[in-house]
Design a binder for this molecule. Structure first.
Ligand SMILES: Nc1ncnc2c1ncn2[C@@H]1O[C@H](COP(=O)(O)OP(=O)(O)OP(=O)(O)O)[C@@H](O)[C@H]1O
Ligand SMILES: [Mg+2]
Length: 590
């Protein structure tokens, strides 16, 4: 099932289209759906026959005055109710499973979509709102299929069957009592439109709550260290209150449509009693017919009440569809391009870059070349655009102007897969998954053998602390590696890059300083990593700068100087200041 196509086909966003979307989604489970509808139809038939049988039963008792039915009737009733329970179970079970299957597919599709979306998506969308869509919203969708659509068919068919019973018992009385239905439909329709907008807002508000929770969990240390508990609680509470208000608005809309149904239902019953008693007293209708009729009408009460909610619930489901649609229609990163194993000759040609959210250029007209195997350092004040250069090189962002060539090919026409498999990236903040140490290293090269993995770990000085751990490489490192020190985390990311063995290495040094022993270890592992490949390094450490054959000084997105340390130390004011600031006045090396 191609979800994108389904959404595209139904992009008009009209009620009917959305209704059909649910069918398109159910298609792979059509046999279940049909089976459920058949069971629902049987259920409706059973309900109809219960009302229908009231007349013959009463006739036997009151007119024929026989006692034959004294035993068979109760048994028959038990049997009918047994059947009713059985088919109710089947219908509910099947529809719930169709709903759960659809939700499962959508979760899968959304996840697969999310991991293909470009970084630009993630800078403008909060992770909390995505989590909220995948969890809160999709559970609403489950209920739409499992309850709303089921009710539409089952309760709809039941009302239909009961209406037929009522019509056969006394058609004019039945038609008279149906007069209230158009009023109900009108009232419910009006409220349904209101429901959709309210529901959409509720979804947004719950995603705000999820967002705060998500952020709090990530930033728990900061919250505690800065005594932000009360402030965060207040923020959370405000979002909750707003969500509560909106939820209650939904409840009011829902209950008001129920109220309307009940009042109009009451009007219907009053009409029946008025006209019905006239019919019975004037002997144009038998009492048993009347009872059968009244049973049918009263049995309609629950299904109609449920049906009256169908429309509102369906509108809630549509609000969810709308939110999912917004993810489905996001453009993914380009899937194709030239496949090539790269050597690592990098040219930046007049490259400029502006983040979509800002007005100011982060990079302006950069021109530089890095030869194969060269170690090239970038230095500059914070916010100069160093990390941005690296992000562009990995294809997280396309340059706004100019182009980047690797081995003479514009990276815009390279396949992202080729590009990224040729580049090893060690980020400024060590990014680790809550998994074993092995899994975190091996993601550099998923098919690596245990020996290769351990060899990489040894080179990055990971092995020495791993062997001290009781579970060794099977140690789970906790979310984002909370159970490790900063230096250990970094060394794991370095081991990962060593294992990947890329032609180009880009390395954003962590700004946080490590203690000297760790510093030395990390440094040695970095040296091993750099040897023999094109390396671009955002340098914060003297020792790293020393290794570089050339250094580029970046100032507010522009190149101030490129050259060896000696050259730029003489020429670049920024470099001199930066250098002395970071490494001390006397640390100039020769
Ligand atoms: N996702 C983003 N959206 C908008 N602006 C951004 C984004 N990321 C970075 N910037 C801006 O772009 C500029 C360059 O940022 P960049 O991260 O490249 O700096 P940096 O040189 O790596 O700094 P540092 O040494 O602190 O890591 C900064 O002014 C920053 O505010
Ligand atoms: Mg940076």
């Amino acid at each position: 099932m191609n979800v994108e196509e389904i959404f595209l086909k139904n992009r008009h966003n009209k009620s009917l289209y959305d209704f059909l979307i649910f069918f398109e989604f159910s298609k792979p489970h059509l046999h279940r759906l049909i089976f459920a509808i058949v069971c629902g139809a049987i259920l409706a038939g059973i309900n109809g026959s219960i009302a229908w049988l009231v007349k013959p039963a009463l006739d036997y008792f009151f007119i024929h005055k026989t006692t034959v039915l004294l035993i068979t009737l109760p048994l028959g009733i038990i049997f009918l109710f047994f059947l009713r329970g059985f088919f109710t179970f089947l219908t509910n079970y099947l529809m719930a499973s169709v709903g759960a299957k659809i939700v499962k597919t959508l979760r899968k599709v959304i996840y697969e979509k999310l991991i293909l979306l470009p970084m630009s998506y993630y800078t403008r969308t909060s992770s909390g709102s995505i989590v909220s869509k995948v969890f809160n919203d999709l559970s609403i969708l489950h209920s739409t299929v499992a309850h709303t659509i089921k009710d539409f068919f089952v309760e709809g068919a039941t009302v239909f069957a009961l209406a037929i019973v009522a019509l056969t018992r006394c058609w004019d009385l039945a038609l008279l009592s149906f007069l209230v239905i158009p009023f109900m439909v009108y009232a419910i329709g009006k409220l349904g439109a209101l429901m959709k907008t309210t529901s959409l807002k509720t979804r947004k508000l719950i995603s705000k709550v999820t967002n705060i929770l998500n952020e709090s969990l990530i930033g728990m240390k900061v919250i505690k260290a800065f005594n932000m508990e009360a402030m965060m609680s207040r923020k959370h509470d405000e979002a909750l209150t707003e969500h509560y208000r909106n939820t209650m608005r939904e409840v009011r809309i829902d209950e008001f449509s129920r109220f309307m149904t009940e009042v109009l239902g009451g009007v219907g019953v009053a009409i029946i009693l008025l006209y019905g008693s006239y019919l019975v007293t004037s002997e144009r209708m038998t009492a048993s017919s009347f009872f059968s009729f009244i049973t049918a009408i009263l049995m309609m009460y629950t299904p109609i009440r449920r049906l009256s909610k169908v429309y509102n619930n369906f509108q809630q489901g549509r609000a969810v569809l709308e939110r999912i649609r917004s993810i489905i229609f996001e453009k993914t990163e380009r899937p194709d391009g030239i496949e090539k194993k790269l050597k690592g000759h990098i040219i930046f040609e007049n490259v400029s870059f502006k983040y979509p959210a800002t007005n100011d250029y982060a990079l302006r007209n950069l021109n530089f070349e890095i030869k194969v195997g060269e170690i090239f350092a970038i230095v500059g004040l914070s916010g100069a655009g160093k990390s941005t250069i690296l992000d562009i090189l990995v294809g997280f962002w396309p340059p706004t102007g100019g182009r980047v060539l690797i081995d003479g090919i514009d990276i815009n026409s390279l396949s992202l897969k080729s590009l990224r498999s040729s580049i090893g990236m060690v980020t400024q903040d060590a990014i680790l998954f809550n998994d074993t140490i092995r899994a975190n290293i091996i993601c550099g090269k998923p098919d690596a053998s245990e020996e290769e993995m351990i060899a990489a770990a040894r080179m990055a000085y990971v092995h020495e602390f791993v062997v001290e751990m009781p579970n060794g490489y099977d140690t789970i490192i906790g979310e984002r590696g909370v159970k490790l020190s900063g230096g250990q985390k970094q060394r794991i990311t370095i081991a990962r890059a060593i294992l990947k063995d890329p032609a180009i290495l880009i390395f954003d040094e962590a700004t946080s300083s490590l203690d000297s022993e760790h510093e030395l270890k990390v440094q040695e592992s970095i040296d091993k990593l750099m040897s023999g490949r094109t390396t671009i390094i955002v340098a914060h450490r003297l020792s790293t700068i020393k290794k570089a054959s050339r250094i580029m000084v970046l100032n507010k997105g522009m190149i101030e100087q490129i050259g060896t340390h000696e050259e730029i130390y003489q020429k670049s004011h920024t470099y001199r200041e930066l250098y002395q600031l970071q490494f001390g006045k006397d640390s100039y090396y020769n």
